[in-house]
Ligand binder design. Sequence first.
Ligand SMILES: [Zn+2]
Length: 195
Amino acid sequence: MARPFNTLPTPLDALLPVEVPGDIPKKLRGTPLGRLLDYHNLGGRLQPHKSAELLVCMCMDNRKQLRLPENFAYILRTGGGNVRHSEFKVSYAVAIGGVRHIALIAHDGCGMVDLSARRKAFISGLVEGAGWSPKEAMDHFNENAPHFEIGNEIIFVCSEARRLGVKYPKIKVVPMFYRIADGKLYLIKDGKGAR
Ligand SMILES: [Zn+2]
């Protein structure tokens, strides 16, 4: 979800670019996570996939689109890429879909960062745009915003990757970052999330 770029700058020095095949860490090469980086960042040839091998969790923001072949990935999009309230869908992708790898993708300029600063705009937007009463809109925001607001995007996605890694111990969960400016995926220095 969008927010202006002039607030809460993202610590870009935490990001590791993936521009050539050698930038893909050895432990990810030949895995669905390595293939995600190859397809999206390196323009790798889009191979046909018989079934999904990856779950991608990312923000619903309209500015982001991944370059992936058909059938390759389940994609779960939520505000901020937050899956705390969507875990049944994660479980489904694992249990029924058979995926064993998850990419959690944060991005810059995310509207779920500093959400409380946009409380007034959110309420008036629902009143004017959807026809809600001011009270309904205010209650809706107050009830839900605390569950969806995230602090820093990078810290959030790394801690979520760790949390999911504990919850799904046989699944490899790696946090990544999407930069709106160049539309590329980045790995995160301390985001081994990856065990
Ligand atoms: Zn977002």
